[in-house]
Design a protein around this ligand. Structure first.
Ligand SMILES: Cc1ncc(COP(=O)(O)O)c(C=O)c1O
Length: 377
């Protein structure tokens, strides 16, 4: 199911939007909540769009921006879909919510459920990074670590939604969940001065975020907020779990599920992508591109982004930067284009994926120690 809007509802002016609070809810006309009284808002969205000149220079791109979604309340873009889906759960009068998660949605759903006064049940594969498990548990959710892949956890969550009357944000509340992610696209165009860039590169797992960003931009066109946009969407996935990239590159219609994802990029390890067909359609319709990156390339992108722009992302969040690097090298992206890389999750949750740094030294508490360690005189 996909939400469609009465054009009357989304006819809103730029100045009206600009006068509102800096959160994703400034675009409420584009979100399917009937009464704003049901809104659960802990500050998701309206994250910075940063002009990344130093990184752009390194990659040979003149006009590069980072949409920094690491700074959301639970440190990933998942606060956007969780905020909307939990709000909708309240509007439906549900008694409990939950999610199937590769890690980030767990914290996002748990935090919003707590803030909305609802019990929360999280299903995730037991291989997920420890920080993500602890974070979600701290918000008070019941964590169910499933011995299996994300797809196993997802199937179980779907069963629980059906038999135990749970509102699982990315299963039976999924049409609403997806709409929340649209706000990233709406923010990008507003922050660029109400126009779209040439390309938006998106870390992709289920395909929901990529499809939603595009849908948001198309609806902004429909509402008259921007003129016709020629934005191209780009999908970035880890090589060990890249079913959407494979289907796109093969020119096929069918997305072959990956039964056993093999990557350290846990947050993007969805073998059977729920919005894969939508993502494929958007990639083709927008004249987009898709690329798979090795784990090493994703980790290098974390280091590159941190050391040039001061943004610490997880490998699944910085994979958009790795994709940009690769597509410029392959000649599939031109350095003169205006590009936005979506950086979707914080590195603090996946610290174990980062190699030991070489610029850390243990010194005695003396100036001599500083001189020796640094070569400063
Ligand atoms: C950090 C991060 N980026 C991107 C994604 C991809 O989102 P989607 O499943 O909507 O494609 C995820 C999914 O869990 C994620 O955790």
């Amino acid at each position: 199911m996909e939400a469609n809007y009465d054009p009357e509802r989304i006819s809103v002016t730029k100045s009206k939007v600009e006068a509102r609070e800096p959160s994703m809810w400034r675009y409420w006309e584009f979100l399917p909540l009937i009464s704003l009284e049901n809104k659960v808002d802990i500050g998701a969205g309206y994250t910075p769009l940063i002009r990344a000149e130093r990184l752009g220079k390194k990659l040979g791109v003149k006009s590069l921006y980072i949409k920094n979604d690491t700074v959301n309340p639970t440190h990933s873009f998942k606060d956007r879909p969780a905020s909307l889906a939990v709000s909708k759960g309240r509007e439906f009068g549900l008694n409990a919510v939950g999610c199937a998660s590769t890690g980030n949605l767990a914290g996002a759903t748990a935090a919003h459920a707590t803030a909305g006064g609802l019990p929360c049940y999280v299903f995730m594969p037991s291989s997920v990074e420890k920080a993500k498990i602890k974070q979600a548990a701290l918000y008070g959710a019941q964590i169910l670590l499933v011995q299996g892949t994300y797809d196993d956890a997802n199937r179980l969550a779907a069963l629980a939604a059906d038999r135990l009357s749970l509102g699982i944000v990315n299963v039976n509340l999924r049409p609403y969940y997806v709409e929340g992610s649209k706000t990233m696209g709406l923010e990008i165009i507003e922050q660029l001065g109400w126009r779209s860039p040439d390309r938006i590169i998106v870390p992709t797992a289920s395909g929901a975020l990529l499809s939603a960003i595009y849908k948001g931009i198309k609806e902004a066109e429909l509402s008259g907020l921007i003129g016709g946009s020629g934005v191209s969407m780009v999908c970035a996935q880890p090589l060990g779990c890249s079913p959407i990239v494979k289907a796109f590159r093969n020119g096929g219609e069918r997305i072959e599920p990956v039964r056993h994802p093999d990557t350290i990029v846990q947050s993007l390890a969805i073998g059977d992508p729920g919005d894969g067909y939508q993502a494929l359609r958007v990639l083709r319709e927008s004249g987009g591109a898709a690329v798979a990156l090795t784990d090493d390339e994703a980790v290098e992108a974390v280091q590159l982004l941190a050391s040039t722009e001061g943004i610490f992302a997880e490998p699944g969040g910085a994979i958009s930067v790795a994709a940009l690097k690769k597509l410029v090298e392959l000649g599939e992206i031109d350095g003169d284009e205006e590009i936005v890389c979506c950086v979707t999750g914080s590195g603090l949750k996946t610290i174990e994926t980062i190699p030991e740094p070489t610029n850390v030294k243990l010194i005695p508490p003396t100036l001599e120690g500083v001189r020796k360690a640094t070569g400063l005189h």
